[in-house]
Design a protein around this ligand. Sequence first.
Ligand code: NDP
Length: 244
Amino acid sequence: MRGKTVLVTGASRGIGKAIAEKFAVENFNVVINCRNSFEKLLKLEKNLKEINSNILAIKCDVSNYSGVKDMFKNINDIFGGVDILVNNAGISYIGLFNEMVPEQWDELIDINLKGVYNCSHLALPYMIHNKTGSIVNISSVWGNVGASCEVVYSSVKGAVNSFSKALAKELGPSNIKVNAVACGVIDTEMNGFLSSEEKNSIIEEIPFMRFGDTREVAETVYFLSSGESDYISGQVITLDGAWT
Ligand code: NDP
């Protein structure tokens, strides 16, 4: 199978779905993944196949190394390997740090950070062999500045930012770019718990006076993975409408 392949983790909805749609339109082989919402993922696969036949949906928990290994074997058999990895899968936790139980801390670390390790580790042999590749990690402004009641989420996204900077230095000689996109509030189900009053009060704080759109994240990820940005690596690009 010819053409470049992108793997977008957590693509059943929200930001990941928009990123998958962008790469499908641009004629990449697109692998979409999620952990639970497989019906939704299959529906997306079906819709994307109307514009691009090279779409593959794989159910896999990114926090499970052996499951991720199986996913990569499947991708390698069909498309040869992953040229562009978008580590997007993630969950949030909102609540007082004092009231968090260890299992909640572990779950955030396992999905939002170990998931990034698992997928990057298994994508790299192919990229290093080809001396080209791009990894884009979807991070958060809370990883830059920290948020009250989101201590573990801020911690893991801060770690994802440092991971991106450090890995970029290690992989520069192999011509592989690693960047992060630190999103502000993007209009997805992850923020579905906010009441309209809460949404309005956040919007009042954002100079652009609105939440970000998933397609704006997708365009940024696409730019960071394209030939237009070949010398941009090790960066945390903040996409927050001048909020933070
Ligand atoms: P959504 O909750 O809308 O979507 C999350 C996606 O991740 C789903 O497809 C979900 O699928 C998948 N997912 C969750 N856990 C796993 C797992 N263990 N393995 C595989 N897939 C998994 O979130 P968003 O689109 O809003 O967020 C996407 C990314 O952007 C996250 O990393 C998030 O932290 C980050 N972000 C979001 C912001 C926002 O305001 N929305 C702001 C800053 C960062 P399933 O349900 O099937 O598991």
